[in-house]
Design a protein around this ligand. Structure first.
Ligand code: SF4
Length: 184
């Protein structure tokens, strides 16, 4: 059942702030211009090039492919898969730190690709603004447990749990739902 699957993009959002998942479900059908800041718009434009498959014309670069894992109950899209190097690459506008949510997202993409029969030899983040690569080790047993636990928590999350969150002004300032959130 597709409804039982968790979107890979929600893993990072949930780790950033569980309440953002609730706001995402409310506003997902709205025009994002109603709440996206300049920062998010810039990120969306860069991602649109991947979603539209216009980043590269090379035959061996697979872009914006739909992926899923029955084993982990995940669906989503990859950014780029280089089928020559067998590398899975997630691009972000500017990377200053590799957050655990970023890694979880790339691990989830890797597990989906492997389950779908693709060989993955390398995992990497790419920071667009400074053209830097950040290779990532393959997930350990602990990482896989963290992934399974996060998927379970997302499934069980209820918006009323949000009152238990400790709200951080620094985090809320960067959040795309800042203008809409009652808890900030
Ligand atoms: S504004 Fe803060 S509390 Fe609200 S969803 Fe964003 S990060 Fe969470």
């Amino acid at each position: 059942m597709v409804d039982d699957y968790i979107q890979i993009s929600k893993l990072n959002d949930f780790i950033f702030c569980p309440y953002s998942i609730y706001l995402h479900s409310i506003y997902e059908n709205f025009d994002t211009s109603t709440y996206h800041s300049k920062f998010q718009k810039r990120g969306s434009i860069n991602h649109a090039r991947i979603d539209n498959k216009t980043y590269s014309t090379s035959k061996y670069i697979i872009q914006g492919k739909d992926i899923y894992s029955q084993k982990y109950g995940l669906v989503g899209k990859i950014d780029l898969y280089d089928s020559k190097q067998k590398s899975l690459i997630e691009r972000k506008y500017k990377i200053t730190k590799i957050y655990s949510g970023y890694k979880l997202q790339l691990f989830a993409q890797c597990l989906c690709m492997q389950e779908m029969g693709y060989q993955v030899n390398k995992l990497c983040f790419h920071s667009l603004v400074d053209n830097k690569n950040y290779p990532i080790a393959f997930p350990s047993g602990e990482d896989l447990n963290f992934l399974k636990d996060t998927v379970k928590q997302i499934r069980n999350f209820r918006s009323k749990d949000a009152v238990l969150l400790s709200i951080s002004p620094l985090k809320c300032e960067k959040c795309i739902y800042n203008n809409l959130c009652a808890f900030k």
